[in-house]
Design a protein around this ligand. Structure first.
Ligand SMILES: C[S@@+](CC[C@H](N)C(=O)[O-])C[C@H]1O[C@@H](n2cnc3c(N)ncnc32)[C@H](O)[C@@H]1O
Length: 238
């Protein structure tokens, strides 16, 4: 008899609530050592371009204090620190934090309950983590709380392209090729089945915009990149 998938469960269903929190944390702990390599392969090396555009959207002043929320192995922290910004990384996976290559200070914390005083940061950046959060409303409320008025938020995440052809290509890559790569190159194939499936957690762009507005942001914008396979949500703390 085949073993149940530890990430997607017996019926291949996405975990919810407290179960999701635990499953996601344990999954990132397991994939952490090979995460960067798989990330570059899965994104076909385009993630650097996406990250640059995300950081540009923050419109940072020199020496700005920036929180990299759900920092993982700290790619944003590395870029921010190299450009002279004061970056801080926060993530709940001990494995991911251990695998970081950044000199920025790191904190192990849940994004839904950040251990920082109000108005601590000039900007918050978040890469490929929105769909992993259990309660997006609570996380956006925390982002709003730790940002100073006028501070910027930019969240980069995967998306499902709208055009039929782009969606077909995206499906072949993420649901066909990536799980195979995960099986061959990583010791955690379940994680690379979860990755494409987890885009289903994300609200539609209109709903994401409304959530951010309701959390106290203005100038909220939503754009896509690379034939709609990646989305960027930005806003200014009012
Ligand atoms: C796909 S990785 C992205 C890592 C990094 N931001 C990047 O762009 O490569 C998602 C990260 O979100 C973190 N994460 C998920 N849910 C979290 C939560 N509730 N609190 C803190 N970190 C969380 C995971 O541990 C993981 O490191």
């Amino acid at each position: 008899m085949s073993q149940p998938d530890p990430v997607l469960g017996v019926n291949g269903e996405l975990p919810r609530g407290e179960n999701k929190r635990q499953v996601v944390e344990e999954m990132f702990d397991r994939v952490a050592p090979g995460y960067d390599r798989m990330n570059r392969i899965i994104s076909l090396g385009l993630d650097t371009r996406w990250r640059n555009r995300t950081l540009e959207a923050l419109r940072l002043a020199p020496a700005a204090r920036v929180l990299d929320l759900a920092c993982g192995t700290g790619d944003f922290c590395v870029d921010l620190t190299a450009s002279g910004y004061r970056a801080v990384g926060a993530d709940f996976s001990a494995g991911m934090l251990k695998a970081t290559r950044t000199s920025a200070p790191l904190v192990r914390v849940d994004a839904a309950a950040l251990a920082y005083p109000a108005e601590s940061f000039d900007a918050v950046v978040c890469g490929f983590a929105l769909r992993n959060f259990v309660d997006l409303v609570q996380v956006f409320a925390e982002v709003a709380r730790v940002l100073r008025p006028g501070g910027r938020f930019a969240a980069l995440d995967a998306a499902v392209p709208e055009s039929y052809l782009a969606r077909a290509g995206n499906t072949v890559w993420f649901r066909g090729v990536v799980p195979v790569l995960g099986r061959v190159l990583s010791r955690d194939p379940e994680a690379y089945r979860y990755l494409p499936a987890s885009t289903a957690y994300l609200p539609e762009s209109e709903a994401l915009i409304n959530l951010l507005v309701d959390s106290g942001f203005t100038n909220v914008e939503h754009t896509t990149m690379t034939i709609g396979s990646v989305q960027l949500l930005t806003g200014t703390r009012s």
